[in-house]
Design a protein around this ligand. Structure first.
Ligand code: NAD
Length: 256
């Protein structure tokens, strides 16, 4: 029960395959009191029964492309919860046409959309979360190895993840004096609504098994458990970092 007595907010549940949903389940198993946030009314209708299945209330709506939406969501969170101990950002989006072919063909608008939703949103949300963490806290976001390597098809999202990981470091530096830690979990590939938009997901999953030391794909639960650890006081000395939950893929070498 490493999150017993802790209050947390989790953004990014779309359905039962979402990494955010696995994180919610792990955090709840570890004793956290949770509020979920979803992108729009359509997702609220889908996620409400899921939330109810583990005893959580109706999710709040937060569209991270809008400063007003972020601010009004945190206003409601503030009035309901007072303070929070952790926030999870499990949000990303890029236009489907920018997740195939060549990165060099990315449009200005497509680049902007991916950065805005997948990276800048962490900064805007951390600013609001800080006000609800007067005793300190933990912020965790989700990244992918495409931040560091040119993964075929990941394209504009890899650039957004690189910016997200840099944001983790700058936010950790800014918020550290307020005892707020900021970290990322870099997850291996797993089939979700978002990852299905990336071309060649099946090939990535197969390649992963062949290359990574543990010779298997990750599970959503492993991402949930690692995120619960970073949200908890067990990780009290860890900030500005990226924790790989990828069965060791990122350290593996290949002959070809
Ligand atoms: P998902 O589709 O279940 O989750 C993505 C979420 O982003 C959805 O809930 C969606 O509603 C939300 N979102 C998109 N635009 C939004 C907006 N404007 N406002 C608010 N929310 C918005 O897919 P997932 O794979 O669970 O993705 C969660 C995070 O994990 C993402 O950051 C993703 O890049 C990252 N990740 C996924 C994988 C993978 O293989 N699935 C690997 C590494 C990292």
């Amino acid at each position: 029960m490493i999150l017993k007595g802790k209050k947390g907010v989790i953004f990014g549940v779309a359905n039962k395959n979402s990494l955010a949903w696995a994180i919610a389940q792990s955090a709840q198993e570890q004793g956290a009191e949770l509020t979920l946030c979803v992108a729009n009314e359509r997702f609220r209708q889908k996620v409400t029964p899921l939330a109810a299945s583990i005893g959580l209330g109706e999710p709040l709506i937060c569209d991270v492309t809008s400063d007003e939406s972020i601010q009004s969501t945190f206003k409601v969170l503030g009035s309901r919860l007072g303070e929070i101990d952790f926030m999870v950002h499990a949000i990303a989006f890029a236009n489907r046409e920018d997740l195939q072919g060549r990165f060099v063909d990315t449009s200005r608008l497509g680049y902007h959309v991916a950065q805005d939703i997948s990276s800048y949103s962490l900064c805007a949300m951390a600013k609001e979360a800080e006000k609800m963490m007067p005793q300190g806290g933990s912020i965790v976001t989700l990244s992918y190895i495409g931040a560091k390597r040119a993964i075929p098809g990941y394209n504009v999202m890899g650039v957004a993840k690189a910016s997200l990981e840099a944001s983790v470091r700058y936010l950790a530096a800014d918020l550290g004096p307020s005892k707020i830690r900021v970290n990322a979990v870099s997850a291996g590939p797993v089939k979700t609504l978002s990852s299905s938009a990336v071309s060649g997901l099946k090939e990535k999953l197969d390649l992963h098994i062949g290359v990574c030391p543990l010779r298997r794909n990750i599970t959503q639960k492993e991402v949930g458990d690692a995120t619960a650890f970073l949200a908890s006081d067990l990780a009290s000395g860890v900030t500005g970092d990226v924790l790989y939950v990828d069965c060791g893929y990122h350290i593996a070498g290949r002959w070809d």
